[in-house]
Design a protein around this ligand. Structure first.
Ligand SMILES: NC(=O)c1ccc[n+]([C@@H]2O[C@H](COP(=O)([O-])OP(=O)(O)OC[C@H]3O[C@@H](n4cnc5c(N)ncnc54)[C@H](OP(=O)(O)O)[C@@H]3O)[C@@H](O)[C@H]2O)c1
Length: 212
């Protein structure tokens, strides 16, 4: 928005405050019809969607021996298939516009794994293969697809961690502190402007993966 872009924010349960200068539309990414409707509302208010950030995510952490199939598939459905639904809908319009930027929000769990997160890490790792395959499909067109892989970031998701889990994650993080959400947004904004960065995974993890 600071760059003058017209922004549509989607929400599932609770609309964000309405006076921030963006359009907000309800969208559950597990429902293809809601995804299509959200795009229609964004297009009718702002014109073609030329940048997409696929950010919706859930966790359902359990050790594998205790994980139900529903724990696994629900996390895949939101974090991976949800990204497929929104990216596929976005690419149709981007092909018409001959321009587009897609950024998928993954996680360091995709690259390093995490105990209790076989479902989440599999979904987030899937985004990497998805982005790289789409990069091949889009070939020389001016449509990019990249991945941002945040480490521990101060949001509602991490407020649910125990103090012990949080300290363990910080111990593995050279920066010694969690990311602020704005620091993840900085990487997204960079990718939204970068035409020759494609199929990349940008870690925003305070050095936890030392660039990997
Ligand atoms: N926080 C971290 O440390 C961290 C680290 C690495 C990666 N990430 C990733 O960063 C992204 C943002 O997470 P966050 O930390 O901001 O977590 P969060 O505070 O829990 O926010 C997750 C967001 O996803 C939305 N969402 C969940 N299921 C959805 C669905 N089916 N359809 C549409 N929206 C849905 C939630 O909407 P509701 O509020 O309606 O549920 C919420 O707005 C996620 O992809 C997460 O995996 C986070």
């Amino acid at each position: 928005m600071a760059a003058g872009d017209l922004v549509t924010v989607t929400y599932r349960s609770e609309a964000p405050p309405g006076d921030e200068g963006f359009l907000s539309v309800r969208c559950d990414v597990t429902d293809g019809q809601q995804v299509d409707q959200a795009f229609k509302e964004a297009e009718s208010a702002h014109g073609p969607v030329t940048a997409l950030v696929a950010n919706a995510g859930i966790t359902q952490d359990r050790l594998l021996v205790r994980m139900s199939e529903a724990d696994f598939t629900s996390v895949i459905d939101t974090n991976l298939t949800g990204a497929f639904r929104v990216a596929q809908r976005a690419v149709r319009g981007m092909l018409r516009e001959r321009h587009g930027r897609i950024v998928l929000i993954s996680s360091t769990a995709a690259l390093h794994g995490a105990a209790g997160q076989t479902n989440y890490a599999a979904a987030k790792a899937g985004l990497v293969g998805f982005a790289r395959s789409l990069t091949h499909e889009l070939g020389p067109r001016d449509i990019t697809c990249n991945v941002v892989a945040p480490g521990l970031t101060e949001t509602d998701m991490t407020r649910a961690l125990t103090e012990e889990q949080r300290q363990e994650l910080l111990r593995q993080t050279p920066a010694g502190r969690p990311a602020h959400p704005d620091e993840v947004a900085d990487a997204v904004a960079f990718l939204a402007g970068a035409g020759y960065v494609r199929g990349a995974v940008i870690p925003v993890d305070g050095g936890a993966g030392l660039g990997h």
